[in-house]
Design a protein around this ligand. Structure first.
Ligand code: ATP
Length: 870
């Protein structure tokens, strides 16, 4: 065991120096020896298993029965075609599913946590899977542990171990303790930290003692392999639509079968027809098409810097009408530069500070010592706010390394976004100094003295008002303001609770963080698309408003509210007024939840960004939780539906646009397939009702339905972006697939396709009076061609094909060409012509067929032209 030995001994055993860490070559060797640091997960389906799962479907069983009956009846060509259709259909399904699965797998990899390790003396981030025994791991708040560790350093470290212990209060950890040997429960191992638990507070360092399946979590097998339901609302709706259509199909089949029996038709022929019709009515290809379109859309989104973690998010994105965004880093660059300081009640430019003055020196010193960032020779790590403070010191030759050597840190209270403060205790010659830096409003509450011209005097309300006034002046210029207070302590063992009390105020520093250039047009685009951008920030109201008005988010300070004001309203009161506000400043993580809930109360679909440890509740409460990829903690990333790899607001807007397009494309594919299916049903049903010969053979229906349709539908699913998609208001998520007269559109086109097929058949019967086969061939080709041409019209409901651009979806053109070629080959190659029972068409027939097949497409285009012109 590792908890019963002092950390030095553990390090020796594992053969690692904690100041340097492992060498890369040693790490590589250990990785090869012990394997990757990951938990065994469910094995993936092989291609063969995927293929079998395609066959394992009621529809396929029905077709197999049909094939067997045909064989019994010596109709071998029917048997061959049915088997061929099953095979090709399953292969298309395998291709789609494996592609969809692969891209989702890649997506999962992108969002797995990383670990911060020290190797060869350098601190760096590596994928958790590459962590090996002996690695030195740096822990900070918000990060999941990549492996089991023996702690070697800890500063107020708290870890949420509820996954093991069920204890909801985070466990306090201490690296200096050595426990007695014996059977100690996990919850009591205070010098250890375990894989997949979460650092909620403080800092620490540990050495890896176990990885992968050897970790504590690896031993709890049933916690692994939790599969989340990742189907989207649309997919669920499609599944239920499929069921309804299935029942409908069975009804129609029985009806057709009964009618045809009364008409005295051949029972076997009609049985096959009924089965093919049932197959035609159920859009069996749809789920696979929807899955692949979603997966490919998600792939495209990765290229645009957004990682969608949960598939349903893609759809919800299209409905978002409120985007709540952090300010720092998302709307701004998060590149901070100190511009002004306030010392001794005077506002001065950072370039005019007098470091000879002791008060000024103390301000700089405190800001640099109470700081976790590093900035040395151009290499910077840590929070940009803190880096800016270090860089201001460097201007005056004040370096953190020197100061920290002279005044080592003996205690600290880390920054958190509730207090908006951070405190460190540093050693001075004969005493200690506690420095507290952070949000001015909170700092003033804790300070009862002020340092003015070398003297410490009472911090009266009047003096506080003066400081607030100066701070507001800085905020009005969009500066982010941080204050510094301190107090002298004799004994370092003073309790943490009394550190942030009775402080002496020193001064302020104000830093500029310019807005991102690309954000302004994105905000304008949001407004045009019916989406309201909302700024939510921990920063001061005036700073927030200055940036918000520059970006076009708010026009008046009356549209800004602070966290304290939010707290003063009950939930009901806040719900009533929330719509009047565009900027929320000085908010706490709890305020964020209240804001999300209030917006949702009005039926809005809300997206919310977050990065901190405490942001998980608001990310979960939002319809779309968006975590920051660069500055975000693992907790925020874990709770989010989507991660921005560039932390940029514009990326959210692009994702919304992509979400709208993906939904629109899926809808096109669905409506296309259903219109085609309806066409097949109409032609046969009408023919049977009117006591005609059947215009199509069962194998024709199967072929067109399962093979010819699939590729155009898939190509519609990946139709290029419609540039006008952001000119419309967001879609109501409850809206049916058939809203906006889509149902009527589908029905009309179904009737059109069915109508031209029937027309070709009747024409054929008339032209070639003696040959039923000839007429059926015409109907077969018209059915498939008219659907292929019609797919072009599906690209836009409003714009004509010329406007959309004939060549802008090359996949669709290729699919149409492919479909036509296959159809052509079936007819001219005698073997296939025999199997499909078709007649070789003359040049005149082909011309006729093409002309008739163009009718649905042309009518659609003419309709759009008339409507468009109006
Ligand atoms: P957002 O990213 O949500 O727009 P923010 O980054 O400004 O907001 P926080 O990081 O929570 O929000 O900061 C809120 C306030 O806390 C800041 O205005 C500042 O006064 C103070 N603050 C920020 N960082 C530090 C820090 N490292 N040490 C002390 N105080 C800080």
């Amino acid at each position: 065991m590792w908890f019963d030995a002092p950390s030095q001994e553990v390090l020796q055993k594992l053969n690692v120096n904690p100041d340097v860490g492992l060498s890369e070559s040693e790490a590589k060797e250990r990785l090869e020896k012990y394997g990757e640091n990951k938990l065994a997960s469910q094995s993936k389906k092989s291609l063969w298993q995927l293929f079998l799962s395609q066959i394992n479907d009621v529809m396929i069983y029905i077709l197999l029965v049909a094939a067997i009956i045909s064989a019994f009846m010596h109709e071998y060509s029917d048997t061959i075609v049915i088997l061929l259709v099953i095979l090709i259909n399953a292969l298309i399904g395998v291709f789609q599913e494996s592609k969809a699965e692969k891209s989702l797998e890649a997506l999962k990899k992108l969002s797995t946590p990383k670990a911060i390790v020290k190797r060869e003396g350098i601190i760096k981030e590596i994928p958790s899977e590459e962590v090996v025994v002996g690695d030195i791991i740096i822990l900070d708040a918000g990060r999941y542990l990549p492996a089991d560790l023996r702690l070697i350093e800890s500063a107020n470290l708290k870890i949420d171990e509820s996954a093991f212990t069920g204890e909801s209060v985070p466990a306090e950890k201490d690296s200096n303790v050595t426990l007695a040997n014996g059977n100690i429960p996990i919850g009591d191992m205070i010098n250890m930290a375990f894989m997949s638990t979460l650092v909620t507070y403080g800092r620490g360092t540990g050495v890896v003692v176990n990885t992968g399946m050897n970790t504590q979590i690896g031993k709890i097998a049933d916690m692994l392999n939790k599969e989340e339901d990742n189907t989207t609302p649309l997919q669920r709706r499609l599944a239920s639509l499929g069921k309804t259509l299935g029942f409908g199909a069975v009804g129609i089949c029985i009806l057709i079968f009964v009618i045809s029996m009364f008409q005295g038709r051949d029972w076997f022929e009609m049985l096959l027809t009924a089965i093919s019709l049932a197959v035609a009515a159920i859009p069996e290809g749809l789920p696979a098409i929807v899955a692949i379109v979603l997966a490919m859309g998600v792939q495209r989104m990765i290229k645009q810097n957004s990682i969608v973690k949960k598939l349903p998010a893609v759809e919800t994105l299209g409905s978002v009408n409120i985007i709540c965004s952090d300010k720092t880093g998302t709307l701004t660059l998060n590149v901070m530069t100190i511009k002004k300081c306030c010392i001794n009640n005077k506002l001065v430019s950072i370039n005019d500070c007098d470091l000879g003055d002791n008060d000024t020196k103390l301000l700089f010193e405190g800001m640099i010592l109470c700081n976790d960032a590093t900035s040395k020779d151009g290499s910077k790590t840590g929070d940009p706010t803190e880096i800016a403070l270090l860089d201001a010191g460097i201007k005056y030759d004040l370096y953190k390394e020197d100061l920290s050597t002279d005044h080592s840190r003996v205690d600290e209270i880390p920054f958190d976004s509730d207090r908006k403060l951070m405190t460190t205790v540093n050693k001075y010659d004969s005493h200690f100094k506690a420095f507290t830096k952070g949000a001015i409003d909170n700092l003033l509450k804790l300070s009862d003295k002020i340092l003015l011209d070398g003297e410490i005097i009472d911090f009266t309300q009047e003096k506080k008002d003066e400081i607030l006034k100066i701070s507001n002046l800085m905020s009005d210029e969009a500066l982010r303001v941080l204050g510094l207070s301190y107090k002298d302590i004799k004994d370092e063992s003073v309790s943490i609770d009394s550190l942030e009390k009775d402080l002496t105020f020193v001064g302020l520093m104000g830093m500029i963080d310019p807005p991102r250039e690309e954000v302004k047009p994105s905000i304008a685009l949001c407004k045009q698309a019916g989406i309201t951008p909302i700024m939510i920030t921990g920063d001061h109201k005036n700073t927030a408003f200055a940036i918000a008005s520059e970006l076009g988010i708010a026009n008046s300070i009356n549209e800004c509210m602070t966290g304290a004001e939010i707290d003063s309203y009950s939930d009901e009161e806040f719900n009533k007024i929330v719509n009047n506000y565009k900027v929320f400043a000085r908010v706490s993580p709890e305020n964020k939840v209240k804001i999300v809930k209030a917006f949702k109360f009005h039926g809005n679909i809300v997206s919310m960004t977050g990065d901190g440890v405490n942001d998980a509740p608001s990310l979960k409460a939002a319809d779309i939780g968006v975590a920051m990829g660069i500055t975000g903690t693992d907790v925020a990333k874990g709770a989010a539906d989507m991660i921005l790899t560039d932390d940029n607001f514009t990326t959210i807007v692009k994702a919304v646009e992509e979400g709208r397009n993906i939904y629109a494309n899926i809808r096109k594919a669905i409506i296309f397939l259903l219109s085609c299916n309806l066409g097949e049903i109409v032609s046969l049903f009408v023919a049977i009702l009117l006591n005609f010969d059947p215009p199509l053979l069962p194998i024709h229906i199967l072929w067109v339905n399962l093979i010819t349709d699939s590729f155009p539908a898939l190509s519609l699913g990946i139709d290029p972006k419609d540039p006008s998609v952001m000119e419309h208001p967001p879609r109501n998520p409850k809206e049916s697939l058939f809203a906006e007269h889509m149902g009527l559109f589908l029905a009309l086109n179904g009737v059109l396709i069915g109508g031209v097929t029937l027309a070709a058949f009747l024409l054929g019967e008339r032209l070639y009076m003696s040959s039923l086969v000839h007429a059926q061939t015409l109907a077969f080709v018209v059915l498939s061609f008219s659907q292929l041409f019609f797919s072009l019209s599906m690209r836009s409901r409003e714009k004509s094909l010329l406007k959309v651009g004939l060549f802008t979806n090359k996949y669709l053109l290729l699919s149409i060409l492919l479909g036509m070629c296959i159809q052509f080959l079936i007819i001219i190659i005698p073997f296939f012509a025999d199997v499909f029972n078709v007649f070789i068409l003359s040049a005149r027939d082909w011309l006729l067929v093409i002309c008739i097949s163009l009718i649905p497409f042309l009518l659609n285009e003419i309709f759009k032209l008339i409507k468009y012109h109006r």
